[in-house]
Design a protein around this ligand. Structure first.
Ligand code: CAA
Ligand code: NAD
Length: 314
C-alpha cells in the first residue's frame, strides 16, 4: 500500500546520463516500483546501460529469491518493464515529477542541460543532481526553480551501496528536501542530510584519501641514483606498490576494496574532474593538488574498470 502511494507521488522519474551511476539509479528506482525514463546521448550507450541493468537485476533477483525461480523471474520482468530508454531528455522531463541528472562531472555541461530541462519540465517537477563534488546551488542557478532543486548523491555500485546524501542549498525548500529524502527511502537507501559544501560528507573524506594513495605510488616512481666510490647504485624508492597499498587497506583497515582498486572502480576521469574542480576552487590546499600520474592515465584513456585499464588491467 505504502509503495503504491509513494510510487504515484514520484511517477514518472527521468534519469539523465546512463553511465555507471545513471544506470544504477534507474535500476533501483525501477526495481522499487517507479516508472523510469533513462536518457543518454546515443542508442549504443543506452544498449550498454540496458545490458548492465539486466545483469545487475539478475544478481539482485538471485540474492532476493534464492529458492524461488518464479518470483525471481517476475521481479526481473516487472523491473525491466518499468524502464523506458530515450535519447530525448526534454520530452522525457516533460512527463516527469522528478529529474535526476547523472552526466559528466562538468559544471558548464550540467548547467546547460538543466537550463534546457527547465524550459521543458512542468513547473512542479523537482530537479536533482548526482554530482560528486560540484556546487548544487551553482548548478541550480541555471534554472528558475532553485527552490525545487537539490542534490541526490548515490554511491557506486548503486544497487549495493545503502547510502544517499540529500543535499540542500540555501534555496532548497523544505518540501523539496523532504520529497528527495522520501525518494531516497523509497529506493531502499538510508538518507543523510548534507549542506552544499564541496564533496558533501563522503567525498570530502574519501577523495583526498584516494589522492593520497596515488601520491604514495608517485613517490615510488622516483629513481634514486647514489654515487658510492666507483659504483652507481640506482634503485626505486617506493612507499609501496599498488597491490600492497590495496592489501594494506583491506586487511589493515577493513575496507572492502583498497584505494587503488576503488579509483579504478569509480573511474579515473571522474576522480580527475573532482580534483581539478576543487584545486581551481582552493589552489593552495595541499590535499587538492593535481597528480601527474592520474592526468597521464586519463590522457591515455585509461579510465579504470569501464575502459578495461586504469591503474590495473581488468
Ligand atoms: N549489482 C547488483 N549486485 C551487485 C553488484 C551490482 N553492480 N555488485 C556487487 N553486487 C553484489 C553481489 O551480487 C554480491 O552479492 P552476494 O553477497 O549476495 O553474493 C555482493 O554485492 C558482493 O559482490 P562481489 O562478491 O562481486 O564482490 P565484493 O564482495 O568484492 O563486493 C563491492 C563488491 C560491493 C563493490 C565491494 O567491493 C565494495 O563495497 N567496494 C567499495 C565500494 C565503494 O566504496 N563505493 C563508493 C565509491 S565512492 C562513490 O560512489 C562516490 C563518488 O561520488 C565517487
Ligand atoms: P559515466 O561516464 O559512467 O556516465 C556519464 C554518462 O552521461 C555517459 O554515458 C554520457 O554519455 C552521459 N552524458 C554526458 N552528457 C550528457 C548529456 N548532455 N545528456 C545525456 N547524457 C549525457 O559517469 P558516472 O560515473 O556515471 O558519473 C555521472 C555523475 O555521477 C558525475 O557527476 C559523477 O561525478 C557522479 N558520481 C559518480 C560516481 C562514481 O563512482 N563513478 C559516484 C557518485 C556520483
Amino acid at each position: 500500500m505504502r509503495l503504491a502511494a509513494t510510487t504515484r507521488r514520484f511517477s514518472t522519474i527521468t534519469v539523465v546520463g546512463a553511465g555507471l551511476m545513471g544506470s544504477g539509479i534507474a535500476q533501483v528506482a525501477a526495481q522499487n516500483g517507479h516508472d523510469v525514463n533513462l536518457v543518454d546521448q546515443t542508442d549504443e550507450l543506452l544498449q550498454g546501460a540496458d545490458r548492465r541493468i539486466r545483469s545487475s537485476l539478475e544478481r539482485v533477483a538471485k540474492k532476493t529469491f534464492p529458492d524461488d525461480v518464479t518470483k525471481a523471474k517476475d521481479f526481473l520482468e516487472k523491473s525491466t518493464s518499468r524502464l523506458n530508454y530515450s535519447t530525448n531528455a526534454l520530452s522525457a522531463a516533460a512527463q516527469s515529477n522528478l529529474v535526476i541528472e547523472a552526466i559528466v562531472e562538468n559544471m558548464e555541461t550540467k548547467q546547460k542541460l538543466f537550463q534546457d530541462l527547465d524550459s521543458a519540465a512542468p513547473k512542479h517537477t523537482v530537479f536533482a543532481s548526482n554530482t560528486s563534488s560540484l556546487s548544487i546551488s551553482r548548478i541550480a542557478s541555471a534554472t528558475q526553480r532553485k527552490d525545487r532543486f537539490g542534490g541526490l548523491h548515490f554511491f557506486n555500485p548503486v544497487p549495493v551501496m545503502k547510502l544517499v546524501e540529500v543535499v540542500r542549498t540555501a534555496e532548497t525548500s523544505q518540501e523539496t528536501f523532504d520529497y528527495l529524502t522520501e525518494f531516497g527511502k523509497s529506493v531502499g537507501k538510508k538518507p543523510v542530510s548534507c549542506r552544499d559544501t564541496p564533496g558533501f560528507i563522503v567525498n570530502r573524506l574519501l577523495v583526498p584519501y584516494l589522492m593520497e594513495a596515488i601520491r604514495m605510488l608517485e613517490r615510488g616512481m622516483h629513481v634514486i641514483a647514489l654515487e658510492i666510490e666507483i659504483y652507481t647504485l640506482s634503485f626505486i624508492i617506493g612507499d609501496a606498490t599498488a597491490e600492497d597499498i590495496d592489501t594494506a587497506m583491506k586487511l589493515g583497515a577493513g575496507h572492502p576494496m583498497g584505494p587503488i582498486q576503488l579509483l579504478d572502480y569509480v573511474g579515473l576521469d571522474t576522480t580527475k574532474f573532482i580534483m581539478d574542480g576543487w584545486h581551481d576552487l582552493v589552489p593552495d590546499e595541499a590535499l587538492f593538488q593535481p597528480s601527474d600520474l592520474l592526468n597521464k592515465l586519463v590522457a591515455e584513456g585509461k579510465l579504470g574498470n569501464k575502459t578495461g585499464q586504469g591503474f590495473y588491467k581488468h
